[in-house]
Design a protein around this ligand. Structure first.
Ligand code: ATP
Length: 236
């Protein structure tokens, strides 16, 4: 099977800071892959390289066989990203925000409307389509970020700490939603601080620690081994 993500000896330095120090990983197509690690481990940098927001200092990064820098467009069009930060256009109804995004990706206007509506239905906030982002509740904002990632019908969905700081009910709702997406065939890369979340959702988990892969295993193996050495933080 083709790898959704193939990383070899990936390196990133910001001045004197080494954020990624020789990361090699392979994420199989269709899998639910977890990326864990303490604050500053390099998770967001890793994601930002995949989506072309940050240039790597060395190594290789491919998405569905496409180099993320030299074949940026081909790679990027396969990825939907729900980022940690809410960098959303606040002045338009959320449906229009999704239509603009679809348009930016070359989807014609009539199809963009259909895609926007389908994505809003998928995450359960279609009835809020004429509302601005700022007027949504915190939980709806999270759902909207996932809808925005889905509007281009990505093969790889990257979720950067999608459940950080949300209440238990919403966390369970989001888990259900992303599990369904994975069962529908979408490859998921999820970053999280919650080991329970990784255990519940992921087929495979990589622990990043100080820019290096400390371990790659199934969540069960990880739990059996104990997490004390790996410094995964619990924020609940
Ligand atoms: P968190 O869980 O807190 O989001 P993270 O695992 O996502 O952390 P990164 O945000 O990738 O980690 O940061 C990795 C390292 O790179 C940290 O030491 C961070 O301070 C540094 N870093 C990240 N972005 C920049 C930047 N633009 N300029 C300088 N240093 C940076």
């Amino acid at each position: 099977m083709e790898a959704a993500i193939e990383i070899d000896d990936l390196r990133k330095r910001y001045g004197d800071v080494t954020a990624l120090d020789g990361v090699s990983l392979s994420v199989p197509e269709g899998s639910f892959f977890g990326l864990l690690g303490p604050n500053g481990a390099g998770k967001t940098t890793f994601i930002n390289i995949l989506v072309g927001l940050v240039r790597k200092s060395g190594g290789e990064a491919r998405v569905f066989g496409h180099d993320v820098e030299t074949e940026y467009r081909e790679a990027r069009d396969r990825i939907g990203l729900a980022p940690q930060e809410f960098n959303v256009d606040r002045f338009f109804p959320i449906r229009e925000v999704l239509e603009h995004k679809a348009g930016y990706h070359g989807i014609p206007a009539d199809e963009a409307r259909e895609r926007a509506d389908a994505a809003l239905k998928q995450v359960g906030i279609y009835e809020k389509r004429d509302t601005r982002f700022d007027w949504l509740s915190g939980g709806m904002k999270r759902r909207f970020l996932i809808a925005r990632a889905l509007v281009t019908d990505p093969d790889l969905l990257i979720l950067d700490e999608p459940t950080a700081g949300v209440d238990v009910q919403l966390r369970h709702d989001l888990w259900e939603l992303i599990t369904e997406l994975n069962e529908g065939g979408t490859t998921i890369l999820l970053t999280t601080h919650y080991i329970e979340e990784a255990e519940r959702l992921c087929d495979e988990v990589a622990i990043l620690d100080q820019g290096q892969v400390a371990t790659v295993s199934t969540p069960d193996e990880l739990m059996d081994r104990g997490t004390d050495r790996i410094t995964v933080t619990f924020r609940d």
